[in-house]
Design a protein around this ligand. Structure first.
Ligand code: FMN
Length: 403
């Protein structure tokens, strides 16, 4: 006969199995994860020819991991297209962040061209009749390119780090590595120590902007659409943000995974607390990527390229990084709502020259352990036939010398 104690143990075991099941559904119990294979594909350099460019492009940073891209492979190069449906709604009402994600992919692809030994020419917005055709990378003949770029191995090691960091100063030598990149036209970078007067003002503004976003139910609902609480859904969609990349410790992530899926409101409360208690106080540096025209499509692409490059440089220097874009997100939200531009004015007060606007904000620092890799759709999922058709039509037009 089964005693009461055994029954209780049995029930406990069943509950534990149920909780572990939820953790499995969140993808937190390890094992092979096909939604992460894109990282190994690039790291192992298995992709052939120009496919390598797309393999690097899909690993770029994108807002909420929306991966708003489609690619077309041709004999002479690769076309990159915006996918407007992969959007953040009111969190990014003018599509500025979406373009920044595309700019990041373009930069990774330009770097990856050096792995082929073929010269690459990048043209942004090459088709005046199709603004969604954001770039074309044309490849020269074999042997025409520069040697492999030293940042190539870091493309698969760059991950957004949302955890607690050590704080403290960053060595001058690391700062030099961080800022070593060719200028992006019309874009400049401002860095300030987290404890400096400007750093403290930035932190207070970011806290304020996070509180404003989390109390805007429409913004939170739009953000929530990209949270993947279920492992099966994450495996199917291979995009969005998961508990595993939220920055909580592995133990807490596993415990959290056993709880019911979070609502938009509880995600907001968690995000506000993490920003206040972890992201802002443990950073070493804050930074802004500035442009005079944040809503100009070319500028938005270049802002994203600059972020991708900064994050790769940071990774190569042994630093960690996280975007903190609440301030520009609220500037856009106020413009969309035609509300008083409280955050735009506050940004003016933060900057020496109000002609330059923040297009991207971030924190940098030192962490004890690297961040987890985020989900990615593989190259096969982002090569679309309509895009290929567009490429071929363009080739045909060029060959015919017409139009
Ligand atoms: C334009 C843009 C805005 C972003 N804003 C934020 C942000 O405010 N907070 C954050 O934690 N991550 C932000 N990210 C990082 C993305 O969430 C991250 O790149 C994505 O989840 C994929 O993860 P990975 O960078 O580790 O590959 C942003 C990325 C881009 C390109």
């Amino acid at each position: 006969m089964i005693g009461r104690r055994q029954l209780l143990i049995g029930a406990g075991g069943l509950a534990a199995a149920g909780l572990a099941g939820r953790a499995w559904h969140q993808g937190l119990l390890g094992g092979d994860n096909p939604a992460l294979h894109a990282w190994d594909e690039w790291a192992s350099q298995r992709q052939a020819g120009a496919l390598k460019l797309i393999g690097a492009g899909v690993l770029a940073s994108s807002p909420h991991n929306t991966q708003p891209w489609a690619f077309a492979l041709g004999r002479l190069g690769v076309d990159i297209f915006e996918v407007p449906g992969r959007n953040l709604g009111t969190m990014d009402p003018f599509g500025r962040e979406r373009l920044a994600g595309l700019g990041g992919a373009i930069h990774n692809m330009a770097l990856a061209s050096t792995a082929l030994g073929r010269a690459a020419r990048v043209r942004l917005l090459p088709d005046a009749e199709n603004p969604g055709h954001v770039a074309r990378i044309v490849l020269g003949p074999d042997g025409s390119g520069p040697p492999p770029h030293p940042l190539l191995p870091f493309i698969a090691r760059r991950h957004t780090h949302r955890g607690p960091w050590r704080g403290g100063l960053v060595a001058e030598a690391k700062l030099a590595v961080l800022l070593a990149f060719p200028a992006f036209a019309g874009v400049k970078v401002a860095l300030f120590g987290a404890g400096s007067p400007a750093g403290r003002r930035f932190a207070a503004l970011t806290d304020d902007a996070t509180a404003a976003i989390t109390s805007d139910a429409t913004m939170m609902a739009d953000s929530h659409r990209w949270f993947r609480h279920d492992h099966g859904e994450a495996q199917r969609l291979m995009d969005g943000v998961t508990l595993a990349t939220s920055g909580v410790s592995p133990w807490l992530a596993a415990a959290g995974a056993m709880m019911p899926a979070q609502s938009a409101a509880s995600e907001g409360a968690y995000w506000l607390a993490a920003t206040r208690d972890t992201h802002l106080p443990t950073a070493s540096l804050f930074g802004l990527i500035l442009t005079q025209q944040p809503h100009d499509r070319r500028s938005a692409l270049l802002i994203g390229s600059a972020w991708q490059r900064l994050h790769l440089n940071a990774t190569a220097a042994g630093l960690v990084a996280q975007p903190l874009n609440q301030l520009p997100e609220m500037i856009d939200r106020e413009a969309q709502m035609r509300a008083a531009p409280r955050f735009a004015r506050a940004a003016d007060a933060l900057l020496d020259d109000p002609a330059w606007r923040p297009g991207f904000c971030f924190r940098l620092g030192i962490a004890d352990a690297p961040a987890n890799a985020a989900l990615r759709r593989p190259v096969s999922a982002v090569l679309g036939p309509p895009a290929r058709l567009a490429w071929e039509i363009d080739q045909w037009k060029a060959a015919a010398g017409a139009f």
